[in-house]
Design a protein around this ligand. Structure first.
Ligand code: HEC
Length: 158
């Protein structure tokens, strides 16, 4: 019986890695830099996970819901560009880009609230080591279940 459990476990691991393999095609949406862009957001608290400078980009599909609330339509997208902080004349300014994240409304993504969550390297390669549930959704679910898992607010956008 043990061997059976072990081989089922092995199969699940293989199935899991297939999922990752199929997710290898995840790309950042082309031209997101031209979407509606938030003001510069600076987090100077070094103990924060978000220490640095970031900008949120919102596509046309998502905008009405972002402004007015409700459930986002299929295909809605948000991208965030994260940068390090550099000191310049005692002031924190934008340094090197260090990460990009994407949320894309996709009803197939049942484990993550109907959103595809993905992280990318600064040059736009999908970072497959990030677990969309543990590394992304758990925090978004905790803070933003009432706003379809979108944490930022239009009121703070510009
Ligand atoms: C510890 C909590 C936490 C984790 C983990 C986290 N986020 Fe977020 N995320 C936030 C917060 C807080 C904001 C809002 C930032 C702001 O208001 O400027 C945000 C904003 C976003 C946005 C812009 C839309 C929105 O919800 O406002 C995207 C896209 C996003 N995160 C994707 C991701 C992805 C992909 C991951 C995993 C790789 C991830 N996040 C992990 C807390 C988290």
């Amino acid at each position: 019986m043990k061997w059976f459990i072990r081989s089922v476990a092995a199969m699940l691991i293989v199935a899991g890695s297939f999922q990752v393999a199929s997710a290898a095609g995840i790309r950042l949406p082309k031209g997101y830099e031209k979407w509606d862009k938030s003001k510069e957001k600076v987090v100077t608290d070094k103990s924060s996970l978000f220490y640095g400078v970031h900008y949120i980009y919102v596509d046309k599909k998502a905008m009405a819901t972002y402004r007015n609330g409700g459930k986002y339509p299929e295909g809605s997208q948000f991208v965030v560009d994260y940068y390090n902080i550099r000191e310049e004349g005692g002031k924190p300014v934008k340094g090197k880009k260090n990460m990009v994240v994407l949320m894309q409304k996709d009803k197939k993504q049942k484990a993550t609230g109907g959103w595809l969550f993905a992280g990318f390297t600064p040059d736009g390669k999908h970072n497959k080591s990030l677990d969309p549930v543990k590394n992304c959704f758990e925090c978004h679910a905790k803070d933003a279940a009432a706003t379809d898992y979108v944490i930022s607010r239009y009121a703070d956008f510009k």
